[in-house]
Design a protein around this ligand. Structure first.
Ligand code: SAM
Length: 452
């Protein structure tokens, strides 16, 4: 980054610089948000680490745009239509804004809710003790319908998880229950045979790694230890860490709400079909799913099952509502036209090589465009929409998602203010396919303004 930060010492000044620089050069500006806001590099701030999730946004990016009167002011309403685990919503809360979010994954909805709900430490400690004493007395576990549970969990761990779940449900309800269920959910994968370094459940297999390498040794050790893990001790330690995290929310504005399960239909709440009003939102910051790169429902399938949020036969239906999904039947694979000139040219080429890939990314664009329409509808005039998105490779072509979405939004009369590029440090949760798709290596942060 070639910017003298000493002169541009406020986020507002830096934002003005980005706008001016981009209006002259029309070139994306490279920036490292981790260097810009190093105090956030220790991510254990507030409740950001309350639960793991694929492709979480780094808090630095919303932090920069929210602690910044250039884009919004205190008490304004911020929307993240693809809120995942609520990184944007939490940062909005910290910066004194109100916020609403949508997500198609019930696990993400629950994490966001818990992450942004303050509960006193005294109450949490009280219920924590009740859960511990209930667990000790219980004999009969509550084991829900979890996909392939005998494949993923040793019986002894299933029993312990089932006893914890029962103890939580027996002793708590409402927001307190949600908090302990999120702690419980964060245990689930850790006591399974799933490889902890892969987002989607893949059974631990030491042979995936070179013999004698540290990953190989760790995998062997994990398989040997999994049956003897003290599941309840793990649950307790997660609870203790999370109770401290929740305590940091004290004194923060608490007007944060999940309003919808579909970015294409922003309803007033999860239980109504009534849409939120046109032009009612002051700022949108969002990192939408990437085209065919993450499998949110599959990655969450064990948690969704244990939490009782989705039975094994309901997972497919949930996946169908996910933008960026990869599972289509042969009958669905028709040629897609998006109306975005460059995207359509590339889709033709991909179609001739791989019909499924062409359909995945073509349909992705159609669905994202529909979500962007809904975002434009609810955004107030003279307000900003900030997209954080990456490109990926499809059948060895670069699929320039950021450019296609820019073309689309400009065609909808939004003005492009500036583009930033930041390198992604960890792509832990992207799917790497050597032949037909590729990992995403950098993020584009694109700022638009709605005028009319
Ligand atoms: C890149 S992630 C967002 C991560 C989030 N910024 C965070 O920090 O946790 C994209 C999210 O879009 C969600 N999603 C996919 N299809 C959706 C839809 N139709 N409506 C709303 N959310 C959707 C996925 O479930 C996923 O949580």
């Amino acid at each position: 980054m070639n910017i003298d930060l000493k002169i541009l010492n406020t986020n507002e000044k830096l934002s003005k610089y980005f706008v001016e620089e981009y209006s002259i050069n029309e070139k994306p500006i490279s920036i490292s948000f981790r260097k810009l806001i190093p105090k956030l590099n220790n991510k254990n701030k507030y409740t950001h680490l309350i639960h793991s999730y694929p492709a979480k946004l780094i808090p630095h990016i919303p932090n920069f745009f929210l602690n910044n009167n250039y884009f919004s002011k205190k008490e304004d309403l911020v929307l993240d239509p693809f809120c995942g685990t609520g990184t944007v919503l939490l940062e909005a809360m910290i910066s004194g804004r109100n916020a609403i979010g949508a997500d198609a994954n019930p696990l993400a909805q629950l994490i966001t809710k818990v992450k942004t709900t303050y509960l006193t430490i005294e109450i949490l400690e009280l219920y924590f003790k009740l859960i511990i004493s209930s667990y000790k007395k219980l004999r009969k576990p509550e084991i829900p319908d979890v996909i392939n549970k005998d494949f993923w969990f040793p019986l002894v761990n299933q029993k312990k998880l089932g006893l914890i779940k029962r103890a939580i449900n027996k002793t708590t309800n409402g927001e307190i229950q949600d908090f302990f269920l999120i702690c419980f959910s964060n245990c689930v994968k850790k006591v399974s045979y799933a490889d902890p370094i892969v987002a989607v459940p893949v059974k631990l297999n030491p042979k995936r790694y070179p013999e004698g390498s540290s990953k190989n040794i760790k995998a062997i050790r994990r398989i040997n230890n999994i049956k003897t893990i003290d599941v309840f001790a793990l649950f307790k330690s997660i609870c203790i860490n999370n109770m401290h995290r929740i305590n940091t929310l004290q004194n923060l504005n608490n007007n944060i709400k999940i309003i919808s399960k579909d970015a294409r239909k922003l309803t007033k709440s999860l239980i109504t079909n009534e849409l939120i009003k046109d032009e009612s939102v002051d700022l949108i910051i969002t990192s939408p799913p990437y085209a065919g790169a993450q499998k949110y429902i599959r990655s969450s399938s064990l948690n969704l099952g244990w939490l009782g949020l989705a039975k094994s036969n309901e997972l497919k239906l949930l996946d169908k509502k996910n933008i960026g999904r990869e599972n289509y039947t042969k009958g669905e694979l028709k040629k897609i036209k998006t109306g975005i000139y460059n995207a359509d040219k590339l889709l033709e080429k991909i179609y001739s090589i791989n019909k499924l890939r062409a359909y995945i990314v073509g349909n992705y664009l159609i669905e994202i465009m529909s979500a962007l329409d809904e975002s434009i509808r609810v955004l107030k005039k003279n307000s900003y929409l900030i997209l954080i998105i990456g490109n990926n490779k499809v059948s060895n072509f670069e699929f320039n998602t950021q450019q296609y979405l820019t073309e689309y939004l400009v065609s909808k009369k939004l003005s492009l203010k500036f583009k930033l590029i930041d390198d992604i440090k960890s792509y832990g949760l992207m799917t790497k396919r050597n032949k037909t798709a590729d990992i995403i290596s950098r993020e584009w942060i694109i700022v638009f303004k709605k005028h009319m």
